[in-house]
Design a protein around this ligand. Structure first.
Ligand SMILES: C[S@@+](CC[C@H](N)C(=O)[O-])C[C@H]1O[C@@H](n2cnc3c(N)ncnc32)[C@H](O)[C@@H]1O
Length: 285
């Protein structure tokens, strides 16, 4: 939910931890608008999924299940690709789902709406349909702190896939992500803050906040809170294997001449130990 996928190594400014921020209340719509314009990039995610799926199965994926979908922005974008594309968005919380219905779903044509379904449910539950692709993006599965819980979720995701299916997760890391730091990104009408408030090296638990400063200069603190465990890439690959996935691919972002991320992710098992990175894993059932 937190870090935009491309150029995370460039567009950010890192400062030492700021003093406590002034409390203020945003409306539901304001908070999701600020969030979506800061962290979501569904076009880039879909492009990546289509390319990687096709490189393995030689065809386009048609049915998407967006786990932890929040507002379901990606699922709504997915069904606009063709009349054969279908999507399901699953989330426990009615608040983001309601925002998504009013702001993303309502923008679809009637025909597209028939191919997109929001499910107010738990990603740990079994569902009676199978998907070509299941995604758990914006690191939402980091909320599982115990290996057994993550294993159970990954197992359910595998069971929810067709034989020629793919499970995509994103992950982030880097030396800076385990330090108490506030990262800020200035947008046209607001500033986004990603605040690593606590990190416990013994349990890998971390507490992150998103704050925003709006155009009127008011700082809204702790608009979103994430009480997570930082999962290590190698550990994720092991858990996916234990969940029964037959093959996993891990990617790494290429760099431009100036050393910043170029948004192109390629399969790799080698990476620089940089300060901050975001990448994907794809697992085949
Ligand atoms: C970090 S947000 C990500 C939302 C969305 N993927 C995005 O990028 O905007 C995590 C979401 O997961 C949902 N969630 C948490 N536990 C869940 C569960 N067990 N099943 C379904 N949704 C869950 C929360 O309600 C929340 O909307």
């Amino acid at each position: 939910m937190a870090i935009k996928k491309t150029n995370t190594r460039v567009d950010t400014k890192t400062t030492k931890k700021a003093p406590p921020l002034k409390k203020a209340k945003l409306s539901r719509d304001q908070k999701y608008q600020l969030y979506l314009s800061s962290v979501q990039n569904p076009e880039a995610d879909i492009q990546f999924i289509n390319k990687e799926f096709k490189s393995i199965y030689g065809k386009a994926p048609l049915v998407l299940r967006e786990d932890f979908c929040g507002t379901g922005m990606m699922a709504c974008e997915w069904v606009q690709q063709s009349k054969e594309h279908k999507a399901f968005g699953i989330d426990l919380d009615m608040e983001p789902l309601a925002y998504g219905v009013v702001n993303h779903f309502s923008e679809l044509s009637e025909e597209e709406q028939k191919r997109m379904k929001y499910i107010n449910g738990n990603v740990m539950s079994p569902y009676d349909f199978k998907s070509d692709v299941i995604v758990a993006f914006n690191f939402s599965y980091y909320l599982f702190k115990k290996r057994n819980d993550l294993l159970k979720y990954f197992t359910e995701a595998r069971k929810g896939l067709k034989k020629d299916g793919a499970f995509f997760i994103d992950l982030f890391g880097g030396t800076e992500t385990r330090q108490e730091l506030v990262e800020s990104v200035v947008h046209k009408k607001h500033t986004y803050y990603w605040d690593c408030s606590k990190y416990n090296p013994l349990t890998s638990e971390c507490l992150y906040y998103i704050h925003f400063k709006t155009a009127d200069g008011v700082k809204h603190d702790k608009v979103f809170t994430y009480d997570w465990r930082m999962w290590d890439a190698r550990e994720l690959l092991d858990i996916l294997e234990d969940a029964g996935f037959s093959k996993c691919h891990i990617y790494w972002e290429g760099v431009d001449k100036d050393g910043t991320g170029n948004g192109v992710f390629k399969k790799s098992l080698k990476a620089d130990n940089c300060e901050s990175w975001v990448t994907y894993i794809m697992a085949q059932p």
